[in-house]
Design a protein around this ligand. Structure first.
Ligand code: GLY
Length: 301
């Protein structure tokens, strides 16, 4: 049986000021087009998700790869995870340094003996896999250096409050379904601004920041990691797809995040029939999706 192709990407659920909305839309559009092209050429959902996430890690608009938020030590530490809905295999890295594309390291781990590697070990693993390393400063852009100076002066804000703060950047993620009906999901982030060294949010944790199960759905999540972890948002959203179609499942999961832990954020998903859904309770969430009958992705904030 041949399944209709679909991809959806997000560039974070936060406050995105008007003057930054075009760059967020452009980045999401480019990622959706690149990922869909992989699917159209017969690539797997995993290939498409990796490609789309790499696009957004390479785009300094987002809080992932180059342009990510700095931690309290002024260092970029990145988290990423990817899951294959046909095998339940997971690959993830956390607090990795000196790598612009942690999703590629996560992809290597997916077929390894281990699910997750953190810190210095993750950088060593990346090098062993042939994922290019960079200098730590290559990931730092002026906007984020200035933000770090500001936070250093003022101290770390409560993490919930950064959602309404001035132009904090967003986690990125993608979900895709390929011709074979295989679903994949992946998420990548620099985490919250001025986070303590080693702080890890939801993004690299399967079931929290992403989840994929061919029998249910693929999900990628963005938002306040500490709240998202408490309700295992990605897995919960996938479970809602047992009874609900993608749009309703996304809304139900977001209600759960709001009602149970007063969390802020958003999610994208594709259910087993290839239907696309998304929901968020922040003021904005950058996203784009493309399904087989479309010539261009639908891009929204
Ligand atoms: N959702 C990204 C983070 O909290 O790190």
């Amino acid at each position: 049986m041949s399944t209709p192709l679909a991809i959806i990407v997000h560039g974070g659920a936060w406050y995105i000021p008007a003057e930054e909305q075009e760059s967020h839309k452009a980045g999401c559009r480019e990622a959706a087009v690149a990922g869909f092209e992989v699917l159209r050429r017969g690539g797997s959902a995993l290939d498409a998700v990796e490609e789309a996430v790499v696009c957004m890690e390479d785009d300094p608009t987002f809080d992932a790869g180059v342009g990510a938020h700095l931690n309290q030590d002024g260092v970029v530490q990145l988290d990423a995870g990817i899951m294959d809905g046909s095998t339940y295999q997971v690959g993830a890295v956390a607090a990795i340094e000196r790598v612009q594309n942690p999703i590629c390291v996560a992809r290597h781990l997916l077929t390894s003996e281990h699910n997750m590697i953190v810190g210095a070990g993750a950088t060593i693993y990346a090098q062993a896999c042939g994922v290019p390393l960079c200098n730590p400063e290559d990931l730092v852009i002026e906007r984020e250096h200035n933000r770090w100076l500001e936070y250093k002066e003022r101290g770390e804000p409560p993490s919930e409050t950064v959602f309404t703060g001035s132009s904090v950047k967003g986690t990125v993620g993608a979900v895709a379904i390929d011709r074979a009906g295989d679903i994949a999901a992946g998420t990548s982030t620099g985490g919250t601004p001025f986070k303590p060294e080693g702080r890890v949010g939801d993004s690299p944790l399967p079931g929290c920041g992403y989840y994929a199960d061919n029998a249910l759905a693929g999900v990628s999540v963005t938002g306040h990691g500490e709240s998202i972890i408490r309700v295992q948002l990605a897995r919960s959203a996938a479970d809602f797809c047992a009874k609900l179609q993608a749009p309703a499942a996304a809304e139900a999961a977001m209600h759960m995040l709001s009602d149970r832990v007063a969390g802020k954020g958003g999610l994208i998903l594709i259910d087993r029939a290839g239907r696309v859904g998304y929901a968020y309770n922040s003021s904005e969430m950058a996203r784009a999706f493309m399904v087989e009958r479309m010539d261009e992705p639908q891009v929204e904030i």
